[in-house]
Structures are given as structure tokens and as C-alpha cells.
Write a protein that binds this ligand. Structure first.
Ligand code: FNR
Length: 416
């Protein structure tokens, strides 16, 4: 209602409310390279578009004459009460959106009390992000490294930083065919942004130092780095403690990038590995990137604590099923067994409502708050999340719903 009242007095919001206007405002703010990485999808971006279009196929049927004068958006998730069923999706390389990256986000949004999922690909050490979050709940997202010691170390650090859950992303053991990035000759994962998290890890640093001490003969001659690559290497050196900062010509930044490429993921990962993770931590384990109902079933059978129905915002498999379309069949397999979270394509509070009506227990928001961060810093990211909450609340009121659980039970429409 505050947002409305300000509008009534002619105050225009600094961060646009209308989703396409927000996207355009971010685009104007960002370099072509940053825009390509942050907004882009895989291939012809068909799945990215389909993710959003799928919301058109599930209309809301409002109910009348329900007393909606008070409404409650809170939910329980893994034993904790959350103010609303929304989380900040893990997003790496945030330096592309804002120079203060994860720290700017954390300081800007912590008062909302919605969980922030810290990415393995973070642009700040997770301890710093966690400290900046204060009392705000945080989860950790893991890219399962090919190096067991690094996995152990990241999980230990996440526990020590007070993370409530471990979200393991399954759909990105190899980076998708990112056409927009490729055409600009820029793949941020091989540059500085998104490596800071690794550089802050003692196991990773040991691996880099071993590589410097015993350099392998390169199979191909190393191309001369572009100016952007040099700038990125310098920016990465910032995160390296001690002598490296003083010696920017050190071979360490390059070795760090090479080491990162080696240990980023483990394409050989299979269901058999999950047992080891279960032994590694008592944090609830949530598998992100599930689209097939049989994979959902398998996750539950192996004792996972939750899943995220997600296709990484259409950034991995171009032509993959729209995430919202995948949701009903997954719920058909595992609804009620474990919390089922959803993401990919949500752009409005009405979209959040639809995902909850189909049966999701909570949703993750990706690009919208990233655009808010680009346009208005931490308070911009916060504003975008507040718009989603306000529209969700309003949609509940206008459809005769007083609590999140009622969204689902009231959604059996006569025509469906
Ligand atoms: C992501 N996503 C992601 N996921 C993950 O598990 N770890 C990560 O580091 C990242 N990094 C990342 C960077 C950027 C720029 C984007 C846009 C996305 C995927 C993210 O968590 C989420 O699944 C999608 O963003 C959801 O789709 P929407 O909301 O962006 O359509």
C-alpha cells in the first residue's frame, strides 16, 4: 500500500515496476557484455522465452465475497518460518551487475528476511556475504567440484556461516551454449567475476599454488589476453590475500583461472554420489534443476530433503520444457513427500501466485532482482522483491485468498 500511496502523490519509482521496463532500464545501465551474461539464455533463447510464456497457459479464476481484510504470506520451510515463500535464487558473477556485487545485495535486502541463496560462483567470500546478511536467513548453493577436498571445504564453510540448507545445482556441470556471450568473446566464468568465492577457499588456493610450482606444458599456445581479460585478472587479484595483491604480474591469477576450469564441476556425477553428500553434512539437501518426474522420485527415494524444479532460467538446454509446464508432473510424483520449490520465468507477483497455485511450496527469483541491483543497487534489488510481494498480496486479496496454503486449495478451477 505504501507503493500505491507514493504513486497517488505522483512520485515515480526509481526502479521501474513494470517487468519489461525494468529489463530495459537494466539494459541501458549495463555494458553489452554484462547484459549478455545476465539476461541471456542458451541457444536461440527458446526455453528462456517459453519459461515466461508458460504462465499464460495457467489463468487465475478469482473468487468473490471472502473476507480478505487480513492476509498472511508466511510459510514454514525446513523448520523455519519465512515472511513469504520467496527466495533469492543463487546468481554468480554479480560483479557484472554491481561493483559491490553480493555485499551490495546482502546489505540491501537483509531486512526483508527472505532467504538469500549464496552462489558457489559468488563474487565475494561467502563469509563476507553471510556477515553482511546479519540475521537474514541464508542458504548455500553448491556446484559439485571434481575435487573432493574442495567440496568438503565449501560445505564446511557454508555450515560455519550459518547456512540453513545446501542447494546442489545439477543442471550446470557444463556451461550451456551461451550464444550472446560467445558472440562477444566473453565467458565470465573464465574471468574474474565469479571466481572470488573459489579464491577465498584454502583448498582452492593450495591447488593454484601447486599449479604455479609445477606448470603443465600447455597443449596449445596461450592466446594474448584481451584488455578486458587483463582487467579481469587484476580485479581477481584483489581477492587474493597477501603477496599476490602486491605483485599483479604474478602468474597466480592465470593459474587460478586454469584451476577454476579444472575444478568447477564434475560432469561424471551420478545419483550414487549423493550418499556421500548426505554423510558430509546435516544441512537439509535440496537438488536444483529437476525437470523430469522420475528424477524427482529418485531424489526423494535417496533421502533428499527438497527439490527445485528449475531449468536455470533457460540458460542451459535451449528447447527444454518450460519449467512451469514441468511442475505438475513432478508434483504428481512427490507432492507432500518433500518441499518442492520452483524457478525460471517468474516476472511478477501474479506469476508467483500461479506457481504456488500449481503446488510449489516456495519460489526462487532470479533475473528480476538482478536487474533491480543493476538499476538501483541493493535498494533496487529490494524494491523489486517488494513489488513481487505487494502484487502477490494484492492478487491474494483480489482472488479471495487469506493465506498461502489457500492459494493452492482454491485453485481448482471449474474449467481445468
Ligand atoms: C543464474 N543461476 C544460477 N544458478 C545456480 O545454481 N548457481 C549460479 O551461480 C547461478 N548463476 C546465475 C547467474 C545469472 C546471471 C542468472 C540469470 C542465473 C540460475 C538461477 O539460480 C535461477 O535458476 C534462474 O535465474 C531462474 O530463472 P529466472 O528467474 O532468471 O527466469
Amino acid at each position: 500500500s505504501r507503493i500505491y500511496r507514493e504513486g497517488l502523490f505522483g512520485r515515480r519509482p526509481r526502479v521501474p515496476v513494470e517487468p519489461r521496463a525494468l529489463e530495459q532500464a537494466a539494459r541501458r545501465r549495463l555494458s553489452p557484455r554484462a547484459w549478455a551474461y545476465l539476461a541471456g539464455g542458451a541457444g536461440q533463447q527458446r526455453t528462456d522465452a517459453a519459461n515466461r510464456a508458460a504462465f499464460d497457459d495457467f489463468p487465475i479464476v478469482p473468487r468473490m465475497l471472502v473476507d480478505v481484510s487480513t492476509r498472511d504470506l508466511s510459510v514454514e520451510l525446513f523448520g523455519r518460518t519465512l515472511p513469504a515463500p520467496l527466495l533469492f535464487a543463487p546468481v554468480g558473477a554479480l560483479e557484472l551487475a554491481h561493483p559491490r556485487a553480493d555485499l551490495e545485495l546482502a546489505e540491501g535486502v537483509r531486512e526483508l528476511g527472505l532467504p538469500v541463496v549464496i552462489s558457489t560462483q559468488g563474487s565475494a567470500p561467502l563469509e563476507d556475504t553471510a556477515a553482511a546478511l546479519g540475521d537474514c536467513p541464508r542458504w548455500f548453493q553448491l556446484y559439485w567440484s571434481s575435487n573432493d577436498d574442495l567440496v568438503d571445504s565449501l560445505v564446511r564453510r557454508a555450515e560455519a556461516a550459518g547456512c540453513d540448507a545446501l542447494m546442489v545445482t545439477l543442471d550446470t556441470h557444463t556451461l550451456g551454449w551461451r550464444t550472446l556471450d560467445l558472440d562477444l568473446g566473453s565467458l565470465p566464468f573464465t574471468r574474474a567475476e565469479g571466481i572470488a568465492q573459489y579464491v577465498s577457499d584454502p583448498v582452492f588456493r593450495r591447488l593454484v599454488e601447486e599449479r604455479v610450482a609445477h606448470p603443465a606444458t600447455p597443449a596449445e599456445p596461450t592466446p594474448r589476453p584481451t584488455r578486458a581479460a587483463v582487467a579481469a585478472a587484476l580485479s581477481m587479484a584483489r581477492h587474493w590475500p597477501g603477496p599476490v595483491r602486491a605483485n599483479l604480474r604474478s602468474p597466480l591469477p592465470r593459474a587460478a583461472v586454469e584451476t577454476f576450469l579444472d575444478v568447477f564441476s564434475r560432469p561424471s556425477l551420478t545419483w550414487e554420489h549423493l550418499g556421500r553428500l548426505r554423510e558430509l553434512t546435516r544441512m537439509p539437501l535440496v537438488l536444483k534443476g529437476i525437470q523430469h518426474p522420475e528424477d524427482a522420485r529418485r531424489a526423494v527415494d535417496l533421502g533428499m530433503d527438497g527439490i527445485v524444479v528449475s531449468n536455470h532460467g533457460g540458460r542451459q538446454v535451449d528447447g527444454a520444457i518450460a519449467s512451469l509446464r514441468a511442475l505438475p508432473a513432478v508434483l504428481g510424483q512427490v507432492a507432500g513427500a518433500v518441499p518442492v520449490l520452483f524457478d525460471s520465468g517468474i516476472r511478477s507477483g501474479a506469476d508467483v501466485y500461479k506457481a504456488l497455485a500449481l503446488g510449489a511450496d516456495a519460489v526462487l527469483i532470479g533475473r528480476p532482482w538482478v536487474f533491480g541491483l543493476a538499476v538501483g543497487g541493493g535498494s533496487g534489488a529490494r524494491a523489486v522483491m517488494e513489488y513481487l510481494l505487494a502484487e502477490l498480496d494484492l492478487t491474494m486479496a483480489l482472488t479471495g485468498v487469506r493465506a498461502i496454503a489457500e492459494i493452492r486449495s482454491g485453485s481448482e478451477s471449474p474449467s481445468s
